[in-house]
Design a protein around this ligand. Structure first.
Ligand code: NAD
Length: 494
């Protein structure tokens, strides 16, 4: 039993796993050891859920004035900035991403805590006109209760923040399970909240596999809401499991995001952003612009220029100052991306660059070079499936209608972009695209004030913005009759 590894946080205490099991976390850039963490058992998860339930029923957090809950989130934001270097290093070593990218993530996470800190309590509900002066009718928003949160490895703390901040703003208790490969920044943020005096049981952290630790968060009867960010296959399992006990479900799943470029777009800006859209963070963004959809008159030149630029992208680990992008998360993941590209080529995609693992100096890491396949058809598996790696597929169109049809030809609907200098085209296309976020002449920016989420199989519900807070509440109608009277509905007979 490894008692010294106490990285589970249950009912206000740092504890080891009840089985003593641990997991070694490695940096995917060079396979160096990052740390050893506890691996929770089913019994640990059960204790964490019951602690969250007890904290919620005690109203210790739910009944605090909303402005105090908001102040708490603002203090978390301040701590994140004070300890930014420590957080960024932990994120960079767990994910392999460059330190500078991890530092940017910490600023985004801070902005998320600040946003929900400021809006906590700004939604007191509304009065409803009952059409009767003796009636006071109002709708109020109450915390939903105990929230189970499951997060992925690509933006570990950012995805956690999108859930933790609104959940606490609304007065809930929660149990969070980060991806098993990237637990360290979630451990750090729970430590921050503990030190700032969050009451015991309100925040609980369990670490471990999806099957043992994640699954109960969607099936346990004491969970009221399960909020999941991750892949479609896991999302389906969670939705099915939550349906058994009629839990509220929020799902942020994958994307197959179109980047539509018309011939009249600012060429240099579109070219530069097409690289960022797909290759930033090694393509490990759910919103990565992996489907490049080019107007046929510019396609050949655009792809030639894109290939030349992509070949200059430097790969490297977190501390490599020359690096512009990092590795994939694991060997298994790189094998999946390699196979995905192989199938894309077999289906007729022409490999223009990439599809290799970098030079000898990178061989300890799970690198995969920026890859471009052109001449892709709609049926090509590389166009259809979310590869989740730095891979662009190229399709072409001639008319606006064709561009819209190609961009919408996916089971996903997370995000997309349109590039044109014609604002009529920009507005028509952006309204017709069936994706949750649309950029016009840009790619990637998002705001904590604006909702994020997917159409179709990209998910259910929204994070961020006012709707992101509402997800963590139940609406209740309170109807008060100020002049109670006999109704006469059941007059006594005889
Ligand atoms: P994943 O689905 O494999 O894992 C996500 C989390 O679910 C992990 O914590 C994992 O341990 C857990 N899990 C696995 N099986 C489970 C089960 N049966 N029950 C409960 N939990 C379980 O996803 P991933 O590979 O970590 O992340 C990549 C995916 O996440 C991509 O598809 C990406 O598009 C998506 N993503 C979406 C968004 C968004 O905002 N829509 C953001 C980031 C990532």
């Amino acid at each position: 039993m490894t008692d010294s590894i106490a990285t589970l946080f249950i009912d206000g205490k740092w504890v080891p796993s009840s089985t003593g099991e641990t997991r070694t976390v490695i940096c995917p850039a060079d396979q160096s050891e990052v740390g050893v963490v506890s691996e929770a058992s089913a019994e640990d998860v059960d204790r964490a859920i019951l602690a969250a339930r007890a904290a919620f029923e005690s109203r210790v957090w739910a009944d605090k004035p909303a402005s105090e809950r908001g102040d708490f989130l603002l203090q978390v934001a301040d701590q994140l900035q004070e300890r930014k270097a420590e957080f960024a290093r932990a994120e960079a070593f767990d994910t392999g991403k460059r330190l500078v990218e991890a530092e940017g993530d910490m600023d985004d996470i801070t902005a998320c805590f600040r946003y929900f800190g400021k809006v906590a309590g700004q939604n007191p509900g509304r009065l409803v006109d009952a059409g009767d002066d003796s009636v006071i009718s109002r709708v109020v928003h109450e915390p939903i209760g105990v929230c189970g949160m499951i997060t992925p490895w690509n933006f570990p703390l950012l995805q956690a923040a999108w859930k933790i901040a609104p959940a606490l703003a609304a007065g809930n208790s929660f149990i969070i399970k980060p991806a098993e490969l990237t637990p360290h920044t979630t451990i750090l943020i729970v430590d921050v909240m503990d030190k700032l005096g969050l009451p015991a049981g309100v925040a609980n952290l369990v670490l471990g596999s999806g099957a043992v630790v994640g699954a109960p968060l969607s099936s346990h009867p004491e969970i009221d809401l399960v909020s999941f960010t991750g892949g479609l296959v896991t999302g389906r399992k969670i939705a099915a499991s939550a349906a058994e006990s009629i839990k509220k479900v929020a799902l942020e799943l994958g994307g197959k995001n179109p980047n539509v470029i018309f011939a009249d777009a600012d060429y240099e800006a579109a070219l530069d952003n097409a690289l960022n859209a797909a290759f930033m963070d090694s393509g490990l963004l759910c919103s990565a612009g992996t489907r490049l959809i080019l107007q046929d008159t510019i396609a050949e030149q655009f792809v030639d220029d894109l290939v030349a630029r992509a070949e200059g992208i430097v790969m490297g680990g977190p501390l490599d100052e020359k690096a512009e992008t990092g590795p994939l998360i694991s060997k298994e993941h790189r094998d999946k991306v390699t196979d995905y590209v192989k199938r894309g080529i077999e289906a007729g995609g022409r490999l223009r660059t990439g599809n290799h693992w970098g030079g000898a100096e990178l061989e300890q890491g799970y690198f995969y070079a920026p890859t471009i396949l052109d001449r892709c058809t709609a049926e090509n598996p590389a166009v259809v499936e979310e590869g989740f790696g730095p891979v662009i597929t190229v399709e072409t169109f001639s008319t606006e209608e064709e561009a819209i049809a190609i961009a919408n030809n996916t089971e996903y609907g997370l995000a997309g972009a349109v590039w044109t200098s014609n604002s009529g085209i920009a507005n028509r296309v952006s309204r017709r695209l069936r994706h949750g976020t649309i950029w016009i002449n840009d790619f990637h920016p998002y705001l904590p004030q604006a909702e994020w989420g997917g159409f179709k199989m990209s998910g259910v519900g929204r994070e961020l913005g006012p709707t992101g807070l509402e997800e963590y509440t139940e609406s209740k109608h309170i109807y008060e009759n100020t002049e109670p009277a006999v109704t006469g509905w059941f007059p006594r007979k005889g």
